[in-house]
Write a protein that binds this ligand. Structure first.
Ligand code: AKG
Length: 383
């Protein structure tokens, strides 16, 4: 049985996108929107990084205490006592402590042996637990870590008091079958622990890897709105929740609120939403070729994996040289304009012979119809 929730890290990993900075007020508004959306956990930031992140978390925790925000609030921390103290004084629900455990990270960053790393991990988790807070341990670069050592790290984290371990695919090199195998094996070796997947998208496989991790037993997927994050980011929230709904039949968040949250982050991050982006891009439910539009007009399931209304969106189609008669007839009907079959053929021939126009707007279609019919045509007035 699949059990899964979302940790949204837009305020932590998402703000690590080059050029992105959220103000304190924006942080609070984003946290409220994420809680309304229904994410299980909000990773609200790394408070030791800067005073504004600290202040943002403080205000978010206050809203949690007042019952306005309901998601679990997670504060991020290095495996360093001072970071832990700062997160703990904010009274977050959970502290997420991360430490690079691959040989590359141990050597290049921590200059530590595996034994030293295990000691730091155990000590800092126990220290955080002594403040009465839940702890997640993140095995940074876990996907490039020797499996036996990853088992020892997870066991050490669990025995020191962490109830969750996150396996980070820090440079996005996993692929789905390997991901599923990794989580299944880890859960077999180190039970009585819940696992998160933190998947980067360097190879464009983050969503696929996250789904595979869930199949392997991970119960929390880390995501960011619009896929923000270091370099090319992590699992995009809108894509993973749609995929979880489609493949596992689980509605982990309120899907019809995704568009709003995506637009909010587009505005505050300054990173434009590409039109061809799944779920929330302008073209996500916009059809073009004659065959596709005819299919969709007959039964939308022909070219839509789920109805756009599920995501608070509507379907539409474009008119250009790819257009067929079904689409054109439907457009003119919607415009309230009566066109004979012969006139329709003439209009379609004109459209197909003009290969420079990318999109015919309603007003262009009315003009074309006037040219062909010789009648003065106006759009239907509103009812
Ligand atoms: C990563 O490895 O990409 C991280 O962001 C690690 C930190 C974490 O997920 O807690």
């Amino acid at each position: 049985m699949i059990k899964v929730g979302i940790l949204d890290s837009t305020l932590r990993e998402g703000e690590q996108t080059p050029g992105v900075i959220f103000t304190v007020d924006q942080r609070v508004e984003i946290a409220k929107a994420l809680s309304d959306l229904g994410v299980s956990m909000i990773e609200a930031g790394h408070p030791a990084v800067s005073p504004d992140i600290y202040e943002g978390i403080k205000r978010i925790v206050k809203l949690k205490k007042e019952g306005i925000i309901t998601s679990e609030i997670v504060g991020h921390s290095r495996a360093v006592k001072r970071d832990i103290e700062i997160a703990a004084e904010l009274e977050v629900d959970r502290i997420a402590i991360f430490y690079g455990v691959s040989d590359i990270h141990l050597k290049a960053k921590h200059k530590a042996t595996r034994e030293e790393a295990l000691r730091v991990i155990a000590e800092t988790i126990s220290y955080a637990r002594s403040h009465g807070v839940k702890v997640r341990f993140t095995a940074e670069d876990g996907s490039r870590t020797d499996f036996d050592f990853l088992v020892t790290v997870s066991r050490t984290a669990r025995d020191a008091g962490a109830d969750r371990v996150s396996i980070a695919d820090t440079v996005g090199i996993l692929y789905p079958s390997k991901t599923k195998e990794l989580f299944s094996a880890l859960i077999r070796e180190v039970p009585n622990l819940e696992y998160d997947i933190h998947a980067h998208n360097d190879l464009g496989l983050a969503v696929a890897n996250a789904l595979a991790a869930v199949e392997g037993g991970a119960t929390i997927v880390h995501a960011t709105v619009n896929g923000l994050g270091e370099r090319v980011g992590i699992v995009p929230l809108q894509q993973i929740v749609a995929a979880i709904k489609y493949h596992f039949g689980i509605e982990v968040v309120k899907l019809d609120k995704l568009q709003y949250v995506s637009s909010l982050i587009e505005k505050y991050s300054g990173i434009p939403m590409p039109p061809n982006y799944p779920i929330t891009g302008d073209y996500a439910f916009l059809h073009k070729a004659g065959v596709h539009v005819a299919g969709v007009l007959s039964d939308p399931r022909t070219y839509e994996f789920m109805p756009p209304e599920t995501f608070g969106r509507t379907r539409d189609y474009t008119i250009d040289k790819y257009t067929g008669k079904h689409a054109l007839r439907d457009k003119y009907e919607k415009l309230g304009v009566k066109i004979s079959e012969a006139e329709m053929d003439q209009i379609l021939a004109k459209i197909k012979s003009n290969t420079t126009i990318r999109f015919y707007r309603d007003v262009d279609l009315l003009e074309l119809a006037e040219e062909v019919t010789g009648r003065v045509l106006k759009p239907r007035p509103p009812e």
